[in-house]
Ligand binder design. Structure first.
Ligand code: EPS
Length: 382
Protein backbone atom coordinates (compact mmCIF):
# COMPACT_ATOMS: atom_id res chain seq x y z
CA UNK A 1 0.00 0.00 0.00
CA UNK A 2 1.45 3.34 -0.82
CA UNK A 3 -1.24 6.03 -0.65
CA UNK A 4 -3.17 4.61 2.27
CA UNK A 5 -1.02 3.06 4.97
CA UNK A 6 -1.82 1.64 8.36
CA UNK A 7 0.08 0.17 11.26
CA UNK A 8 -1.20 -1.76 14.25
CA UNK A 9 0.28 -2.46 17.67
CA UNK A 10 -0.96 -4.52 20.58
CA UNK A 11 -1.04 -7.97 22.15
CA UNK A 12 -4.02 -10.27 22.52
CA UNK A 13 -3.99 -10.09 26.34
CA UNK A 14 -2.35 -6.69 26.75
CA UNK A 15 -4.12 -3.50 27.84
CA UNK A 16 -5.21 -2.31 24.39
CA UNK A 17 -4.83 -2.44 20.62
CA UNK A 18 -3.84 0.64 18.67
CA UNK A 19 -3.78 1.62 15.01
CA UNK A 20 -2.67 4.55 12.87
CA UNK A 21 -4.15 5.21 9.43
CA UNK A 22 -2.25 7.58 7.17
CA UNK A 23 -3.37 9.00 3.84
CA UNK A 24 -7.11 9.51 4.32
CA UNK A 25 -8.35 12.63 2.53
CA UNK A 26 -9.87 15.48 4.51
CA UNK A 27 -13.60 16.03 4.77
CA UNK A 28 -14.78 12.43 5.17
CA UNK A 29 -17.52 11.96 7.76
CA UNK A 30 -16.51 9.25 10.24
CA UNK A 31 -17.64 8.31 13.73
CA UNK A 32 -16.82 5.88 16.52
CA UNK A 33 -20.33 4.45 16.15
CA UNK A 34 -19.72 3.68 12.48
CA UNK A 35 -16.48 1.84 13.33
CA UNK A 36 -18.26 -0.02 16.16
CA UNK A 37 -20.75 -1.56 13.73
CA UNK A 38 -17.89 -3.18 11.80
CA UNK A 39 -16.13 -4.32 14.99
CA UNK A 40 -19.31 -6.00 16.22
CA UNK A 41 -19.71 -7.84 12.89
CA UNK A 42 -16.23 -9.33 13.36
CA UNK A 43 -17.09 -10.57 16.84
CA UNK A 44 -20.12 -12.62 15.84
CA UNK A 45 -20.37 -15.98 14.16
CA UNK A 46 -21.22 -19.49 15.20
CA UNK A 47 -18.18 -21.35 16.51
CA UNK A 48 -16.49 -18.57 18.48
CA UNK A 49 -15.01 -19.33 21.90
CA UNK A 50 -15.24 -17.75 25.36
CA UNK A 51 -13.19 -14.65 24.61
CA UNK A 52 -15.86 -13.00 22.48
CA UNK A 53 -18.27 -13.10 25.44
CA UNK A 54 -15.80 -10.86 27.32
CA UNK A 55 -14.96 -8.33 24.63
CA UNK A 56 -17.26 -5.61 23.26
CA UNK A 57 -14.89 -3.97 20.86
CA UNK A 58 -15.12 -0.22 20.41
CA UNK A 59 -12.48 2.06 18.89
CA UNK A 60 -11.80 5.46 20.34
CA UNK A 61 -10.64 8.06 17.80
CA UNK A 62 -7.65 9.90 19.28
CA UNK A 63 -6.38 11.97 16.35
CA UNK A 64 -7.06 13.02 12.78
CA UNK A 65 -10.79 13.73 13.13
CA UNK A 66 -12.40 17.05 14.09
CA UNK A 67 -16.12 17.85 14.24
CA UNK A 68 -16.93 14.39 12.86
CA UNK A 69 -14.76 14.76 9.74
CA UNK A 70 -11.25 13.67 8.82
CA UNK A 71 -8.69 16.48 8.80
CA UNK A 72 -6.16 14.90 6.41
CA UNK A 73 -3.82 14.11 9.31
CA UNK A 74 -2.99 10.59 10.54
CA UNK A 75 -5.91 8.98 12.36
CA UNK A 76 -5.11 7.22 15.62
CA UNK A 77 -7.41 4.56 17.09
CA UNK A 78 -7.42 2.75 20.41
CA UNK A 79 -9.39 -0.36 21.38
CA UNK A 80 -9.45 -1.57 24.95
CA UNK A 81 -8.92 -5.26 25.70
CA UNK A 82 -11.62 -5.94 28.29
CA UNK A 83 -9.92 -9.23 29.12
CA UNK A 84 -6.77 -7.41 30.28
CA UNK A 85 -7.71 -7.17 33.98
CA UNK A 86 -8.15 -10.98 33.99
CA UNK A 87 -4.60 -11.52 32.72
CA UNK A 88 -2.38 -8.78 34.07
CA UNK A 89 -1.60 -10.42 37.42
CA UNK A 90 -1.77 -14.03 36.26
CA UNK A 91 1.38 -16.11 36.67
CA UNK A 92 1.20 -18.41 33.67
CA UNK A 93 3.61 -21.31 33.13
CA UNK A 94 5.75 -20.81 30.02
CA UNK A 95 4.37 -22.30 26.82
CA UNK A 96 7.04 -24.77 25.70
CA UNK A 97 5.01 -27.23 23.59
CA UNK A 98 4.47 -25.69 20.13
CA UNK A 99 1.07 -26.27 18.47
CA UNK A 100 1.37 -27.71 14.95
CA UNK A 101 0.11 -25.11 12.48
CA UNK A 102 0.42 -22.21 14.93
CA UNK A 103 3.13 -19.53 14.81
CA UNK A 104 4.52 -20.92 18.12
CA UNK A 105 7.55 -22.89 16.88
CA UNK A 106 8.51 -20.75 13.88
CA UNK A 107 8.02 -17.55 15.88
CA UNK A 108 9.99 -18.95 18.81
CA UNK A 109 13.04 -19.81 16.73
CA UNK A 110 12.85 -16.49 14.90
CA UNK A 111 12.77 -14.22 17.97
CA UNK A 112 14.47 -16.55 20.44
CA UNK A 113 11.46 -16.79 22.79
CA UNK A 114 11.73 -19.85 25.07
CA UNK A 115 8.22 -19.02 26.30
CA UNK A 116 6.15 -19.16 23.13
CA UNK A 117 3.38 -17.21 24.87
CA UNK A 118 5.33 -14.16 23.69
CA UNK A 119 4.75 -15.36 20.12
CA UNK A 120 1.05 -16.12 20.46
CA UNK A 121 0.32 -12.73 22.02
CA UNK A 122 1.15 -10.90 18.80
CA UNK A 123 0.44 -13.75 16.34
CA UNK A 124 -3.12 -13.98 17.70
CA UNK A 125 -6.01 -13.08 15.42
CA UNK A 126 -6.95 -10.54 18.06
CA UNK A 127 -4.80 -8.16 15.97
CA UNK A 128 -7.41 -8.27 13.22
CA UNK A 129 -9.69 -6.17 15.45
CA UNK A 130 -7.45 -3.20 14.69
CA UNK A 131 -7.43 -3.98 10.99
CA UNK A 132 -11.22 -3.92 10.94
CA UNK A 133 -11.24 -0.61 12.85
CA UNK A 134 -8.68 1.01 10.52
CA UNK A 135 -10.46 -0.36 7.50
CA UNK A 136 -13.82 1.07 8.55
CA UNK A 137 -12.36 4.42 7.44
CA UNK A 138 -11.46 2.96 4.04
CA UNK A 139 -14.97 1.50 3.77
CA UNK A 140 -16.45 4.92 4.52
CA UNK A 141 -14.39 6.45 1.71
CA UNK A 142 -15.47 3.77 -0.77
CA UNK A 143 -19.13 4.21 0.24
CA UNK A 144 -18.85 7.92 -0.47
CA UNK A 145 -18.12 6.95 -4.07
CA UNK A 146 -20.78 4.23 -4.38
CA UNK A 147 -18.58 1.19 -3.71
CA UNK A 148 -19.86 -1.28 -1.11
CA UNK A 149 -17.99 -4.18 0.45
CA UNK A 150 -19.71 -7.43 1.49
CA UNK A 151 -18.79 -11.00 2.29
CA UNK A 152 -20.43 -14.37 2.76
CA UNK A 153 -19.28 -17.82 3.74
CA UNK A 154 -19.27 -20.43 1.00
CA UNK A 155 -17.61 -23.32 2.83
CA UNK A 156 -17.16 -24.59 6.38
CA UNK A 157 -15.28 -27.83 6.72
CA UNK A 158 -16.69 -30.21 4.08
CA UNK A 159 -19.93 -28.22 3.57
CA UNK A 160 -19.85 -26.12 0.39
CA UNK A 161 -22.53 -23.93 -1.19
CA UNK A 162 -22.65 -22.33 -4.64
CA UNK A 163 -24.24 -18.88 -4.75
CA UNK A 164 -24.20 -16.78 -7.91
CA UNK A 165 -23.30 -13.18 -7.14
CA UNK A 166 -25.68 -10.78 -8.91
CA UNK A 167 -23.84 -7.55 -8.14
CA UNK A 168 -26.96 -6.21 -6.40
CA UNK A 169 -26.10 -5.09 -2.84
CA UNK A 170 -29.57 -6.26 -1.74
CA UNK A 171 -28.32 -9.85 -2.05
CA UNK A 172 -26.36 -9.24 1.17
CA UNK A 173 -29.07 -7.40 3.12
CA UNK A 174 -29.63 -10.32 5.54
CA UNK A 175 -26.21 -11.99 5.54
CA UNK A 176 -25.27 -10.88 9.05
CA UNK A 177 -28.49 -12.44 10.38
CA UNK A 178 -27.10 -15.87 9.54
CA UNK A 179 -25.00 -17.34 12.39
CA UNK A 180 -22.46 -18.56 9.82
CA UNK A 181 -22.96 -15.57 7.46
CA UNK A 182 -24.15 -17.89 4.68
CA UNK A 183 -26.62 -16.81 1.95
CA UNK A 184 -28.01 -20.34 1.51
CA UNK A 185 -30.37 -21.39 4.35
CA UNK A 186 -30.00 -25.10 3.69
CA UNK A 187 -26.19 -24.75 3.56
CA UNK A 188 -26.30 -22.71 6.76
CA UNK A 189 -27.96 -25.56 8.66
CA UNK A 190 -25.35 -28.03 7.41
CA UNK A 191 -22.51 -25.67 8.33
CA UNK A 192 -23.86 -25.27 11.86
CA UNK A 193 -24.13 -29.06 12.18
CA UNK A 194 -20.51 -29.41 11.01
CA UNK A 195 -19.31 -26.93 13.65
CA UNK A 196 -21.33 -28.75 16.34
CA UNK A 197 -19.71 -32.02 15.29
CA UNK A 198 -16.21 -30.49 15.45
CA UNK A 199 -16.93 -29.01 18.88
CA UNK A 200 -18.19 -32.38 20.17
CA UNK A 201 -14.98 -34.01 18.96
CA UNK A 202 -12.75 -31.34 20.55
CA UNK A 203 -11.71 -30.32 17.06
CA UNK A 204 -11.78 -27.25 14.79
CA UNK A 205 -12.88 -26.37 11.23
CA UNK A 206 -11.72 -24.04 8.49
CA UNK A 207 -13.52 -22.90 5.38
CA UNK A 208 -13.79 -20.36 2.59
CA UNK A 209 -15.15 -16.81 2.58
CA UNK A 210 -15.96 -14.68 -0.45
CA UNK A 211 -15.64 -10.88 -0.47
CA UNK A 212 -17.66 -8.91 -3.02
CA UNK A 213 -17.32 -5.21 -3.83
CA UNK A 214 -20.16 -3.66 -5.82
CA UNK A 215 -20.17 -0.34 -7.65
CA UNK A 216 -16.55 -0.76 -8.74
CA UNK A 217 -14.97 2.09 -10.65
CA UNK A 218 -13.00 0.84 -13.70
CA UNK A 219 -9.34 1.70 -14.19
CA UNK A 220 -7.88 1.06 -10.72
CA UNK A 221 -4.60 -0.87 -10.41
CA UNK A 222 -2.32 -1.33 -13.42
CA UNK A 223 -0.89 -3.95 -15.77
CA UNK A 224 2.48 -2.23 -16.20
CA UNK A 225 4.37 -3.64 -13.19
CA UNK A 226 3.93 -6.70 -10.98
CA UNK A 227 3.54 -4.70 -7.81
CA UNK A 228 0.90 -2.40 -9.28
CA UNK A 229 -1.47 -5.20 -10.32
CA UNK A 230 -4.58 -4.97 -8.17
CA UNK A 231 -5.18 -8.72 -8.07
CA UNK A 232 -1.66 -9.29 -6.73
CA UNK A 233 -2.19 -6.66 -4.06
CA UNK A 234 -5.51 -8.21 -3.07
CA UNK A 235 -3.93 -11.65 -2.85
CA UNK A 236 -1.23 -10.40 -0.51
CA UNK A 237 -3.78 -8.64 1.67
CA UNK A 238 -5.98 -11.74 1.96
CA UNK A 239 -3.01 -14.04 2.59
CA UNK A 240 -1.90 -11.76 5.43
CA UNK A 241 -4.99 -12.70 7.47
CA UNK A 242 -4.29 -15.25 10.20
CA UNK A 243 -4.77 -18.89 9.11
CA UNK A 244 -5.40 -18.08 5.42
CA UNK A 245 -3.72 -20.59 3.12
CA UNK A 246 -5.35 -19.90 -0.25
CA UNK A 247 -6.75 -17.05 -2.30
CA UNK A 248 -8.76 -16.88 -5.52
CA UNK A 249 -10.12 -14.11 -7.73
CA UNK A 250 -13.38 -14.78 -9.57
CA UNK A 251 -13.38 -18.31 -10.95
CA UNK A 252 -9.88 -18.84 -9.56
CA UNK A 253 -8.75 -22.47 -9.62
CA UNK A 254 -11.97 -23.58 -11.37
CA UNK A 255 -11.21 -21.40 -14.40
CA UNK A 256 -7.91 -23.26 -14.81
CA UNK A 257 -9.90 -26.34 -15.90
CA UNK A 258 -11.99 -24.65 -18.63
CA UNK A 259 -11.42 -24.02 -22.35
CA UNK A 260 -10.56 -20.41 -23.16
CA UNK A 261 -13.87 -19.87 -24.94
CA UNK A 262 -15.71 -20.95 -21.76
CA UNK A 263 -13.50 -19.12 -19.31
CA UNK A 264 -13.78 -15.50 -20.39
CA UNK A 265 -16.46 -12.90 -19.87
CA UNK A 266 -17.89 -12.18 -23.32
CA UNK A 267 -18.38 -8.51 -24.18
CA UNK A 268 -21.74 -7.27 -25.51
CA UNK A 269 -23.56 -4.04 -26.20
CA UNK A 270 -26.77 -3.45 -24.26
CA UNK A 271 -28.66 -0.22 -24.87
CA UNK A 272 -25.44 1.33 -26.12
CA UNK A 273 -23.43 0.32 -23.04
CA UNK A 274 -20.54 -2.16 -22.89
CA UNK A 275 -21.60 -5.11 -20.68
CA UNK A 276 -20.33 -8.58 -19.74
CA UNK A 277 -22.22 -11.86 -19.95
CA UNK A 278 -20.48 -13.22 -16.83
CA UNK A 279 -17.88 -12.26 -14.23
CA UNK A 280 -15.44 -15.18 -14.04
CA UNK A 281 -12.53 -12.75 -13.97
CA UNK A 282 -13.80 -11.46 -10.62
CA UNK A 283 -13.65 -7.78 -11.58
CA UNK A 284 -10.06 -7.42 -12.79
CA UNK A 285 -8.40 -7.96 -16.15
CA UNK A 286 -4.66 -7.40 -16.45
CA UNK A 287 -4.56 -6.34 -12.82
CA UNK A 288 -6.93 -3.43 -13.57
CA UNK A 289 -10.55 -3.13 -12.41
CA UNK A 290 -13.06 -3.52 -15.25
CA UNK A 291 -16.10 -2.19 -13.40
CA UNK A 292 -17.60 -5.62 -12.65
CA UNK A 293 -18.04 -6.60 -8.98
CA UNK A 294 -14.76 -7.58 -7.35
CA UNK A 295 -14.88 -11.19 -6.14
CA UNK A 296 -12.08 -12.42 -3.87
CA UNK A 297 -12.04 -15.65 -1.86
CA UNK A 298 -9.86 -16.70 1.05
CA UNK A 299 -9.38 -20.28 2.27
CA UNK A 300 -8.86 -20.59 6.01
CA UNK A 301 -7.25 -23.65 7.56
CA UNK A 302 -8.82 -25.10 10.72
CA UNK A 303 -7.68 -23.27 13.86
CA UNK A 304 -4.53 -24.92 15.16
CA UNK A 305 -5.56 -24.84 18.84
CA UNK A 306 -7.56 -28.05 19.36
CA UNK A 307 -8.99 -29.55 22.55
CA UNK A 308 -8.11 -33.02 21.22
CA UNK A 309 -4.33 -33.09 21.55
CA UNK A 310 -1.95 -33.15 18.59
CA UNK A 311 1.51 -34.64 18.61
CA UNK A 312 4.33 -32.28 19.51
CA UNK A 313 7.47 -32.01 21.63
CA UNK A 314 8.25 -30.12 24.83
CA UNK A 315 11.21 -27.92 24.00
CA UNK A 316 11.97 -27.45 27.72
CA UNK A 317 12.27 -31.19 28.52
CA UNK A 318 13.27 -32.52 25.10
CA UNK A 319 10.49 -35.15 25.36
CA UNK A 320 7.54 -36.01 23.14
CA UNK A 321 4.46 -34.22 24.42
CA UNK A 322 0.82 -33.75 23.43
CA UNK A 323 -0.23 -30.14 22.83
CA UNK A 324 -1.77 -28.35 25.82
CA UNK A 325 -5.10 -26.68 25.13
CA UNK A 326 -5.26 -22.88 25.17
CA UNK A 327 -8.72 -21.25 25.05
CA UNK A 328 -9.70 -20.65 21.44
CA UNK A 329 -12.47 -20.83 18.84
CA UNK A 330 -13.89 -23.94 17.13
CA UNK A 331 -14.46 -22.08 13.86
CA UNK A 332 -13.74 -18.44 13.05
CA UNK A 333 -14.56 -18.49 9.32
CA UNK A 334 -17.63 -16.16 9.65
CA UNK A 335 -15.37 -13.59 11.37
CA UNK A 336 -12.64 -14.13 8.78
CA UNK A 337 -15.12 -13.01 6.11
CA UNK A 338 -15.47 -9.65 7.86
CA UNK A 339 -11.67 -9.40 8.16
CA UNK A 340 -11.43 -10.26 4.44
CA UNK A 341 -13.79 -7.35 3.74
CA UNK A 342 -11.53 -5.11 5.79
CA UNK A 343 -8.37 -6.06 3.90
CA UNK A 344 -10.08 -5.76 0.51
CA UNK A 345 -11.51 -2.35 1.45
CA UNK A 346 -8.03 -1.12 2.42
CA UNK A 347 -6.50 -2.30 -0.87
CA UNK A 348 -9.31 -0.90 -3.02
CA UNK A 349 -9.25 2.42 -1.14
CA UNK A 350 -5.47 2.56 -1.65
CA UNK A 351 -5.88 1.97 -5.41
CA UNK A 352 -8.73 4.49 -5.53
CA UNK A 353 -6.56 7.13 -3.85
CA UNK A 354 -3.75 6.31 -6.27
CA UNK A 355 -5.98 6.91 -9.30
CA UNK A 356 -8.14 9.76 -8.04
CA UNK A 357 -6.10 10.99 -5.10
CA UNK A 358 -6.66 14.42 -3.79
CA UNK A 359 -6.23 15.91 -0.37
CA UNK A 360 -9.95 16.22 0.23
CA UNK A 361 -13.05 14.23 -0.65
CA UNK A 362 -14.30 17.18 -2.72
CA UNK A 363 -11.12 17.19 -4.80
CA UNK A 364 -11.41 13.43 -5.32
CA UNK A 365 -15.00 13.75 -6.48
CA UNK A 366 -13.89 16.19 -9.12
CA UNK A 367 -11.16 13.77 -10.25
CA UNK A 368 -13.55 10.79 -10.49
CA UNK A 369 -16.11 12.79 -12.45
CA UNK A 370 -13.39 14.05 -14.80
CA UNK A 371 -12.13 10.53 -15.46
CA UNK A 372 -15.58 9.09 -16.12
CA UNK A 373 -16.47 12.00 -18.44
CA UNK A 374 -13.28 11.57 -20.45
CA UNK A 375 -13.71 7.76 -20.61
CA UNK A 376 -17.15 7.76 -22.21
CA UNK A 377 -16.10 5.98 -25.39
CA UNK A 378 -15.04 2.90 -23.38
CA UNK A 379 -18.30 2.79 -21.49
CA UNK A 380 -20.97 3.90 -23.94
CA UNK A 381 -21.18 3.42 -27.72
CA UNK A 382 -23.90 5.22 -29.63
C1 EPS B 1 -6.89 -16.56 19.28
C2 EPS B 1 -7.33 -17.18 20.45
C3 EPS B 1 -8.56 -16.76 21.14
C4 EPS B 1 -9.46 -16.15 20.11
C5 EPS B 1 -8.68 -15.00 19.53
C6 EPS B 1 -7.68 -15.54 18.61
O1 EPS B 1 -8.34 -15.76 22.11
P1 EPS B 1 -8.03 -16.14 23.60
O2 EPS B 1 -6.63 -16.70 23.57
O3 EPS B 1 -8.10 -14.87 24.40
O4 EPS B 1 -9.07 -17.12 24.00
O5 EPS B 1 -10.71 -15.79 20.62
O6 EPS B 1 -9.49 -14.12 18.86
C7 EPS B 1 -9.70 -12.93 19.45
C8 EPS B 1 -9.34 -12.62 20.68
C9 EPS B 1 -10.39 -12.00 18.58
O7 EPS B 1 -10.66 -10.86 18.99
O8 EPS B 1 -10.69 -12.40 17.43
C10 EPS B 1 -5.61 -16.91 18.68
O9 EPS B 1 -4.82 -17.62 19.32
O10 EPS B 1 -5.34 -16.49 17.52
Amino acid sequence: MNKLRFLTAGESHGPCLTGIVEGMPAGLEVSEDYIAVQLARRQHGYGRGGRMKIEQDRAEILAGVANGKTTGGPIALRIENRDWPNWKDRKLPPLTVPRPGHADWAGGIKYGHDDMRLVLERASARETTTRVACSALARRLLEEFGMRVFSHIIQIGPVRVETLITGDPEQFAQVDESPVRCLDPEGEARMIAAIDEARAKGDTLGGVFEVVVTGMVPGMGSYVHWDRKLDGRLAQAIMSINAIKGVELGGGFTTAGLFGTQAHDQIYLKDGRVVRASNRAGGTEGGVTNGEPLIVRGAMKPISTTISPQHSVDLATGQDSPTQYQRSDVCAVPAAGVIGEAMVALVVADAFLEKFGGDSVAEMRHNVEGFLASSKRWLELN
